[in-house]
Ligand binder design. Structure first.
Ligand code: AMP
Ligand code: MG
Length: 335
């Protein structure tokens, strides 16, 4: 298949919308990561998105909409918690899980009775969704298991020749996937941390919003069971910002014949060792996380990442989301 690279002008947007309505896949930018869009009401198109990614059939997709009224079209019940989130946080980098309507097929929800709905705030995403004129199911536009793409060039690496088109927009500002908030049960639960923190949601809803922390748990967020976001080379994670420990670990890897890199907040403290910048805040770290992962794996054979969630500038709202992605990327291999 010859993948078309489209731009944000009227003609290309109309073409992208036409492709979606005729059952093709179109990758598009959002504020979180690039998505692999399909018409959420076309089972055959949705199946293609699983096949193209190599995504397990029991990992449900998020339905993207551009208008609040469409949330009521896909969800059968919108609780008062949900109404508050819709009013105050949407559009934004959050996904809410609600009981689904029959219109949304089991292929989208992987057989679950609930549907995950998101309304992106990015103008590029919104103009694409308007052109599509239908709810769009979209997983991240990477091959399954790879870090999510945050630039169109990374989408091309994984998807060229496999999908009808890529809408080439700006790099994604948030950089990690949306916060997934389950509002389909009695108490709200964050199934996947992201830029919108559980603390913020707790104060908004006036109830403690817990974060599902056990990735092996069988509760209804299938996606979190899978190993995700991994670079191609081994990675370890350090959580204290302990310079001596990090330097010693690096030196040991060099002595073993490796070509390692320290991925840290303060490179100056590591002398002539190879370093990469983690960012000044958790939001900075999130914005560059996957792009840095994909770039480091081509230049080094071992990644030593350091992220201290409670201090050193990373005590900011996206902290839990970044920690979650780093933990998955290193396979929970904390030093
Ligand atoms: P991705 O498309 O890779 O961002 O993954 C979407 C994630 O949203 C899934 O892996 C699930 O964790 C979550 N999700 C989607 N639909 C549902 C649902 N109906 N119930 C619970 N979690 C969901
Ligand atoms: Mg994904």
């Amino acid at each position: 298949m010859n993948t078309r690279y489209l731009h944000f002008n009227e003609r290309d947007l109309a073409l992208a919308g036409e492709m979606i309505r005729s059952g093709e896949l179109v990758a598009f930018p959002t504020e979180t990561v690039y998505g692999l869009g399909a018409n959420a009401l076309d089972e055959c198109a949705v199946r293609k998105s699983y096949a193209v990614k190599g995504r397990p059939a029991d990992n449900p997709l998020i339905v993207h909409v551009c208008d609040k009224s469409q949330i009521y079209d896909v969800a059968s019940e919108v609780s008062s918690y949900a109404e508050k989130v819709i009013e105050r946080v949407m559009p934004g980098p959050i996904t809410i899980v609600l009981p689904k309507r029959a219109l949304i097929s089991d292929v989208v929800t992987a057989g679950l009775p609930s549907v995950a709905v998101r309304m992106p705030v990015s103008e590029e995403a919104r103009s694409f969704l308007r052109a599509a004129a239908t709810p769009v199911s979209a997983p991240s536009a990477n091959l399954s298991g790879r870090p999510s793409p945050t630039t169109w060039q990374r989408v091309r690496e994984d998807m060229d020749g496999r999908i009808a088109a890529v809408l080439c927009g700006a790099p994604c500002k948030v950089g990690i996937e949306s916060t997934v908030l389950d509002l389909s049960r009695e108490r709200p639960v964050v199934l996947r941390p992201g830029a919108v923190s559980a603390e913020f949601l707790s104060s908004l809803l006036g109830v403690e919003v817990t974060v599902l922390s056990d990735p092996t748990s069988k509760v209804n967020s299938p996606g979190v069971r899978y190993k995700h976001y991994s670079p191609k080379v081994p990675m370890v994670l350090e959580l204290e910002g302990d310079v001596d420990k990090l330097a010693a670990y690096y030196d040991r890897k060099v002595a073993e014949g490796c070509n390692p890199v320290l991925w840290v907040r303060d490179a100056k403290r590591f002398g002539s060792r190879h370093t990469a910048f983690m960012g000044l805040t958790a939001e900075d770290a999130a914005a560059n996380l996957y792009e840095t992962m994909r770039s480091l794996e081509t230049r080094y054979d071992f990644i030593i990442a350091s992220f201290c969630p409670r201090r050193g500038g990373y005590d900011t709202p996206a902290s839990q989301g970044v920690l979650d992605r780093l933990m998955r990327a290193c396979g929970h291999n904390v030093i």
